[in-house]
Ligand binder design. Sequence first.
Ligand SMILES: [Zn+2]
Length: 95
Amino acid sequence: MKKCENCGKQFDWKTTFTSLWRNYTPIACSECGTLHKITPLGRLTFVSMTMFPAVLFGSSFSDNPQYALILAGACFIVLIGSMLAPFAVRYRKAL
Ligand SMILES: [Zn+2]
């Protein structure tokens, strides 16, 4: 999990998770208020952990007529990916 670059306070999972789903809103440190923005690589990480595997999963079952099942599977992948993403994405102190 990411730490504040100013005071070293660790961001909690929920804060990072919410930021990712709210179009990468900057995270304010709960201790000192320093704003942190996601890096371009962080965005890429988030997309590659959620949308990319879901699309890959969907396309690998494109001959399968059970669309509801595929859709459910893809949603599940996005959910799991986005729950793990807060551990992987990078944030930088906003200037
Ligand atoms: Zn701080």
